[in-house]
Design a protein around this ligand. Structure first.
Ligand code: GAL
Length: 648
C-alpha cells in the first residue's frame, strides 16, 4: 500500500459474519490486527459498519427479516443486502454491531471516517412485506394525519379505491393493472426514507460515540430509488461510486455529470470518489478493460469536478466469491508485471503532488434543476408517452454545456438560485407550489430560465395542475400549451428557426415529443414546419420582470440544442471555462490564492492548447513549449494560476 501511495482504506464493508459469528458474540481480533498494521504503516481507515450483508445465522433464525418483492417473492440469503429495511430484527442487529464497533475503535488512531452500510438500496431498494406495510401506514399517517387526507391525496374515488381504515392500505403490490400513482409515488418516498432511517440509526450511535469522526455512505451517481438530496443532508462528506464503461463513448460526460451532482449534493463542498475500478468490472455483459491512461484520466476528472480524493474498489483481487473477476489494485498475478498495478502506483505518486487542491471549490454559473420526486413521478406508468425519461432529458442539456466547457451545478427548484446566471429545467414534470413560486421569483428578479417540455404538470400529490398547461409557468413563459403530441419511435417533426443574425432561416428536427402552443406574449424563436403543428411555436422566449424565460417544446436534434444552449449562455452572460479543442474538458477549481485549471483530453487525437499566461503545470509540465500544451489522448494537465493570472 505504501508503494501505491495509499493513505486511506475502507475496511470491513462485508464482514458482519466474521465480526459477529454468533448472535452477540464478537470477534475483533483480526480487525484489531489490521487496524494496528495500517496505523503503523501510516495509513488511515474509513471503517465500515459492516451492516450491508447480514450473517446467515440471522436470517436462519428470523426468515421474516428477508425482503419481499412486489409480487410476493421472498429474496433469500446467499448474495448480499438481503434485509427488509423496516425489519426490527435487522435494525436491532445493526444497533448491536455498530455500538460494539464504535465502542471498540472510538479511540483508535487509524480511524478517520465511518462508512455506514454500503450502497444503500443497490440490490433491494424497497420491500413489500407485511412489516413494511405496517411501517408504510405509519409513514402515511404522519404525512396525511387521517384516512380522509390520504383519500384526497391519492384520489381514491377513481376506480373505487376509497379506504375506510388504515388497515386496508398496502404497499403497491402486484395488481391487475397500474396501482394508484400517488400510492406508488408515496411508496418511493417511504422506501427512500425507510433506508435513510436505517442509516440514521447507525449515524446516531456513531456521532454519539465519536463526535469528531465524519460519517458517510457511498452513493451511486443518479440512483433512482434514493432521494440523495435528503440523504446528503445527513452526511458529513458526500462519497460516490463511479464505474464508467470503457465501451461508452460518452463515459467522460457521464462521469462529469455524476461529479457535478455529488458536488451539488454537498452544496459545493469537496466530495470523495469512494469506489472506481482499477481496470475492468465483472458485472456487465462484456467487461472491457480500461485503456492505458483511462483510469488516471477518470481519477483526475473526479478531482476536477470537486473531489478531494480518489479511492478504489478493491485492494486485492479475490480468489473466491462472486467478484473474483473484478479488477483490483493488487491483481491475481505478480504486481511487477501488471500494467494496472503500475498505473495505480503512478496515480498514487501524482496525487501526493496535488495537495494544493484540497478544499478548493468548483465555481458554476449554471444550475440544472433536478428533483428526485419529480423523476419518480415523471416515470410512473400511464403517461402520454413513456419516452420522456428524466436522466436522458438531463443529459440532453448537460451534453452541450459539457462540450462547451461550461460548468453546471445541479439544484432543486426550491433552492436559492439567485447566484446562477442561467437555470435549466429539463422536463420538470412535478413541482411544488414553493418550487414554482421560487422559479417565478428567480426570473422576475433578473434570472434566465430555460425550461423544456412537460414541465409544471402536476403538484406534489401527482394531481394535474388545472387551468392550462404548464399552469404554474404560464405567466413566466408567456404561453399556454394546448395539447401534447407524443411522437413515435421513428417519427420526427421539422422545425424552422428564424436566424435573425444572418437573415436566413435554418431547419432542425424534433424528436420524442412536441406541443401545440398558444403564445401569450412570448417571442417565437422557432416554429414547427411539418405535421398539423405546422406554423405553430416550437421554441419561445419571454421577458418576465427583469429576467427571461425560454421554452422548448420538443426534443431538439443535438446541433439545434447545442445552438440553443450556447445562445442561452450568451444571453445570460455565461462563458466557458476556456475555449479548447473538441474532446478536451476544461474545469476550474478556485483556491484561496489562485485557481487550478484542469485540461482533460477525452478525445482520440493529440491536441495543442494555448496555455493562459502565468500558468504552471502541477503534474509534470513535460508538454509545455512556447506557451502551448501538447495533450495526448487520455492525458491530463493541471495548471496552477495564482491570483489575477500572475505567475504562481
Ligand atoms: C459496488 C459495490 C462493491 C463492489 C463493486 C463492484 O457497487 O459497492 O462492493 O460490488 O460494486 O463493481
Amino acid at each position: 500500500m505504501r508503494e501505491a501511495g495509499v493513505n486511506l482504506v475502507s475496511l470491513g464493508i462485508f464482514s458482519w459474519s466474521r465480526l459477529e459469528p454468533q448472535e452477540g458474540k464478537f470477534d475483533f481480533a483480526w480487525l484489531d490486527r489490521i487496524m494496528n498494521l495500517l496505523h503503523e504503516g501510516g495509513i488511515s481507515v474509513d471503517l465500515a459498519t459492516a451492516t450491508a450483508s447480514p450473517p446467515p445465522w440471522m436470517s436462519h433464525a428470523h426468515p421474516e427479516m428477508l425482503p419481499v418483492l412486489a409480487d410476493g417473492v421472498r429474496l433469500w440469503p446467499g448474495g448480499r443486502q438481503h434485509y427488509c429495511p423496516s425489519s426490527s430484527i435487522y435494525r436491532d442487529g445493526t444497533r448491536r454491531l455498530v455500538d460494539a464497533l464504535a465502542t471498540r475503535y472510538a479511540e483508535h488512531p487509524a480511524l478517520v471516517m465511518w462508512h455506514v452500510g454500503n450502497e444503500y438500496g443497490c440490490h433491494v431498494p424497497a420491500c413489500f412485506c407485511d412489516v413494511s406495510a405496517r411501517a408504510f401506514r405509519k409513514w402515511l399517517t404522519e404525512r396525511y394525519g387521517d384516512i380522509a387526507g390520504l383519500n384526497r391525496a391519492w384520489g381514491t374515488d377513481f376506480w373505487s379505491q376509497r379506504y375506510s381504515s388504515w388497515d386496508e392500505v398496502l404497499p403497491p403490490r402486484r395488481t391487475p393493472t397500474w396501482p394508484n400513482p400517488t400510492q406508488q409515488l408515496d411508496f418511493m418516498r417511504f422506501s427512500s426514507d425507510e433506508l435513510l432511517e436505517c442509516y440514521e440509526i447507525e449515524h446516531r450511535i456513531l456521532t454519539e460515540r465519536t463526535p469528531n469522526i465524519p460519517v458517510t455512505t457511498n452513493f451511486m451517481r443518479f440512483f433512482k430509488p434514493l432521494d440523495y438530496w435528503k440523504w446528503a443532508e445527513r452526511e458529513d462528506i458526500v462519497t460516490d461510486d463511479v464505474y464508467q464503461d470503457p465501451l461508452d463513448p460518452e463515459a467522460g460526460m457521464h462521469a462529469a455529470m455524476a461529479g457535478d451532482l455529488m458536488r451539488s449534493l454537498g452544496h459545493g463542498k469537496p466530495w470523495l470518489l469512494m469506489e472506481q475500478s482499477p481496470n475492468r468490472v465483472n458485472w456487465r455483459e462484456v467487461n472491457a478493460p480500461k485503456l492505458p491512461g483511462q483510469m488516471r484520466l477518470w481519477s483526475l476528472q473526479a478531482l476536477a469536478r470537486g473531489a478531494d480524493g480518489v479511492m478504489f474498489f478493491q485492494w486485492r483481487q479475490s480468489r473466491a466469491g462472486a467478484e473474483k473477476f473484478h479488477s483490483a489494485m493488487v491483481p491475481h498475478g505478480p504486481t511487477q508485471s501488471s500494467p494496472t498495478w503500475h498505473e495505480v502506483v503512478q496515480l498514487g505518486a501524482e496525487l501526493r503532488g496535488l495537495d494544493a487542491l484540497r478544499g478548493s471549490r468548483v465555481p458554476a454559473n449554471v444550475a440544472i434543476l433536478f428533483d428526485w420526486e419529480s423523476w419518480w413521478a415523471l416515470e410512473l406508468p400511464s403517461k402520454p408517452s413513456n419516452r420522456i425519461q428524466q436522466v436522458a432529458q438531463l443529459e440532453a442539456f448537460y451534453r452541450p454545456l459539457f462540450e462547451a466547457n461550461v460548468t453546471a451545478d445541479f439544484a432543486r427548484p426550491t433552492d436559492d438560485l439567485s447566484g446562477y446566471k442561467l437555470v435549466v429545467a429539463p422536463s420538470l414534470y412535478m413541482v411544488s407550489d414553493a418550487g414554482a413560486a421560487n422559479l417565478a421569483a428567480y426570473v422576475e428578479k433578473g434570472g434566465n430560465l430555460l425550461m423544456s417540455f412537460f414541465s409544471g404538470i402536476v403538484d406534489v400529490n401527482e394531481h394535474i395542475r388545472l387551468g392550462g398547461y404548464p399552469q404554474p409557468f404560464v405567466r413566466v413563459l408567456g404561453l399556454q400549451v394546448l395539447d401534447w403530441v407524443p411522437l413515435g419511435d421513428s417519427e420526427k417533426v421539422a422545425i424552422e428557426f428564424a436566424d435573425a443574425g444572418k437573415g436566413s432561416n435554418y431547419r432542425a428536427t424534433g424528436d420524442i415529443w412536441a406541443e401545440l402552443i398558444e403564445v401569450h406574449g412570448a417571442d417565437v424563436i422557432a416554429t414547427f414546419a411539418s405535421s398539423h403543428l405546422n406554423g405553430s411555436a416550437a421554441v419561445t422566449l419571454n421577458r418576465f420582470g427583469a429576467g427571461t424565460a425560454q421554452y422548448v417544446s420538443t426534443q431538439l436534434d443535438p446541433i439545434a440544442l447545442e445552438n440553443l444552449v450556447r445562445s442561452a449562455c450568451a444571453r445570460a452572460g455565461v462563458s466557458p471555462v476556456m475555449n479548447v479543442p473538441a474532446g478536451v474538458e476544461a474545469v476550474q477549481r478556485d483556491m484561496a490564492d489562485g485557481s487550478l485549471l484542469f485540461l482533460l483530453n477525452h478525445g482520440a487525437a493529440t491536441v495543442e492548447i494555448a496555455v493562459p499566461g502565468g500558468a504552471v503545470s502541477l503534474n509534470g509540465g513535460k508538454a509545455m513549449r512556447d506557451g502551448r500544451l501538447h495533450l495526448e489522448p487520455r492525458d491530463v494537465a493541471i495548471l496552477r494560476r495564482s491570483e489575477a493570472g500572475a505567475p504562481a
